[in-house]
Write a protein that binds this ligand. Structure first.
Ligand code: HEC
Ligand code: HEC
Length: 282
């Protein structure tokens, strides 16, 4: 375990450093004071080469807490937290990890019904606050997912352009093709490039093939996005495209969609919510 990942641990070590610095400072102050201070009070009889001692008993509480601090400090450092890396947060994280591993192995081969059920659950918790319970985007607050990821949506994207997901090619300009051209190239894309392998307009596929060069300059001849420079269109219309959106997030016109790759969702949960979202527009 990397102790720098654990905020409590870092805090404890910073605290220890602060106490150390404080102690050195205070000691130096008193050492300097001892050089100049004139003192008074009843002296003990003992005298070592002119150095006397006052008759002040050591305060018992002070002595006990001093001893206690040393013992506790040694215990804490050696058996307890810093060297052993034990913390409740660490224990919690380990528990979550082990549950996630069990979760992933339990659902390592989910069927479609399982994915849809799990996907709806994830959607209602993680996505509905912005996209709405039905995925309609709540009057434009976020993308309307009931009209997203199908052929009409891809045509609209070509006419409108797209940006905000942070791809190296940054932006797809609006109006690369007119409405008819866009419809044809999307028919080709759905039939030949994307995993959907089917189109509502099979008669347009050949015309679309002619126009594909317009898209290939950014998305690649095979549509796979040229190693991450632009979205992978071979995934368009499938759950995987949604999973990819979860990896990039998206700056929208009225707000931002966060990335979901901080461990909030396991891989199978991402696939599930992708499957569910993908079903909304069908
Ligand atoms: C100048 C480069 C460029 C060209 C040319 C281009 N695209 Fe794109 N395309 C992009 C980028 C960049 C994105 C990602 C936009 C974003 O940040 O969400 C994108 C996104 C998309 C998306 C996904 C939209 C979404 O909802 O997330 C589709 C579908 C798409 N392009 C299809 C096409 C088709 C079809 C063509 C050919 C007519 C084409 N693109 C031409 C760069 C390009
Ligand atoms: C904080 C609000 C917020 C949350 C939470 C959120 N989204 Fe989004 N989402 C947005 C916004 C904003 C956009 C971009 C809309 C636009 O293009 O203007 C968007 C866009 C999308 C798109 C379309 C991306 C594209 O390239 O066009 C998909 C798919 C999507 N979200 C899926 C999800 C899923 C699945 C979840 C839950 C795991 C989710 N979103 C959670 C705000 C959110």
């Amino acid at each position: 375990m990397n102790w720098l990942n654990d905020n409590v641990n870092v805090l404890a070590l910073l605290g220890a450093a602060a106490i150390l610095i404080l102690s050195v400072g205070v000691s130096l102050k008193y050492i300097n004071q001892m050089k100049t201070d004139k003192s008074s009070g009843e002296l003990a009889n003992d005298n070592w080469d002119g150095i006397g001692e006052y008759k002040n008993p050591l305060p018992i509480g002070w002595a006990l807490s001093f001893l206690g601090t040393i013992i506790w400090g040694l215990w804490y450092f050696l058996v307890g937290y810093p060297l052993n890396s034990y913390s409740q947060i660490g224990e919690y994280n380990e528990e979550v990890n082990s549950y996630n591993t069990r979760f992933e192995s339990k659902f390592s081969n989910p069927d479609n019904a399982t994915l849809m059920g799990m996907g709806e659950g994830v959607f209602l918790v993680q996505c509905a606050p912005c996209h709405g319970v039905t995925g309609d985007g709540m009057n434009g607050k976020a993308a309307n997912l009931s009209k997203w990821g199908n052929e009409d949506a891809a045509v609209a994207t070509i006419l409108k352009g797209a940006k905000g997901s942070g791809y190296p090619l940054i932006e797809m300009p609006a109006g690369l093709l007119d409405a008819n051209g866009a419809k044809a190239v999307v028919a080709y894309m759905f039939k030949e490039v994307s995993g959907v392998k089917n189109t509502k307009h099979p008669e347009l596929v050949e015309a679309g093939r002619e126009l594909w060069a317009t898209c290939a300059s950014c998305h690649g001849e095979d549509g796979k996005g040229m190693g991450g420079s632009a979205p992978d269109l071979s995934a368009y219309g499938t759950a995987k495209f949604v999973v990819n959106v979860l990896g990039t997030g998206k700056k929208g016109f009225i707000g931002n969609m966060p990335q979901f790759n901080d461990g909030r969702l396991t891989n199978v949960q991402k696939l599930a919510v992708g499957t569910y979202v993908n079903s909304l527009a069908k």
